[in-house]
Design a protein around this ligand. Structure first.
Ligand code: SAM
Length: 214
């Protein structure tokens, strides 16, 4: 993700604490109160500028969405989208995915989305990949039983690595597409990266995997 220096981003995020929750660990176990309903909660880790999560929230009003993004200068783009078209079923967290189990209680999240996660191609950086086994374990601690991860990328190496990692962890591979845009999958909502890479002719890979812990 190309970063521009946006010194005002921090203040803007703080000004809109109704959408960008600034004390997320205090909400642990209480996210349904924030949304005011018991609808399922789906999170996107590494939400970027929020094209996917805002599109999903608009298309699925009966689901609550939380976008989690490390970089304040990037997540401010997601906030701008929400401010342009406000929706009740979306919130943002300017947080590191490493802290997910301090933010959500066991079973509080119904689905995890990973879209165009940083590939970290060097072997010595394997542990940083968001599909590395320690992250799969982290997601398992916050997901409902038999919860799912839905993953898209244009990076063949990361996709192959992730399928192996999912499988070695014991996750069920429910759906795998090696060319999403040429498949019969319906209702795809594109991310910023997806739009950019697909327009260059890159293939998009997608998988849905499920924990078998019910
Ligand atoms: N999902 C978006 C898309 O498809 O357009 C953005 C993809 S971008 C390549 C990956 C994003 O993940 C970056 O904005 C990065 O800051 C974020 N990210 C990487 N590691 C993260 C972590 N541990 N916690 C939260 N966000 C993270």
């Amino acid at each position: 993700m190309r970063l521009r220096n946006k010194p005002w981003a921090k203040d803007k995020l703080a000004e809109h604490s109704n959408y960008v929750i600034d004390n997320p660990t205090e909400q642990k176990g209480k996210w349904h109160e924030i949304f005011g309903n018991d609808h399922p909660i789906h999170i996107e880790v590494g939400t970027g500028k929020g094209k996917f999560i805002t599109g999903m929230a608009k298309a699925n009003p009966e689901i609550n969405y939380i976008g989690i993004e490390l970089q304040e200068s990037v997540i401010v783009g997601a906030l701008d989208r929400i401010l342009e078209d406000p929706l009740p079923n979306i919130r943002l967290l300017n947080e590191n995915a490493d802290d997910l189990n301090e933010i959500f209680q066991e079973g509080e999240v119904d689905r995890v989305y990973l879209n165009f996660s940083d590939p970290w191609p060097k072997n010595r950086h394997e542990k940083r990949r968001l599909t590395y086994k320690s992250y799969l374990n982290l997601y398992e601690t916050i997901l409902v039983k038999n919860g799912e991860i839905h993953f898209k990328t244009d990076n063949q190496g990361l996709f192959e690595y992730s399928l192996r990692s999912f499988s070695e962890y014991g996750l069920l591979l429910k759906f795998v597409s090696l060319d999403l845009h040429q498949s019969d999958f319906e209702g795809n909502i594109m991310t910023e990266y997806e739009e950019k890479f697909a327009s260059r002719g890159n293939r998009i890979y997608r998988s849905e995997v499920k924990y078998l812990n019910g």
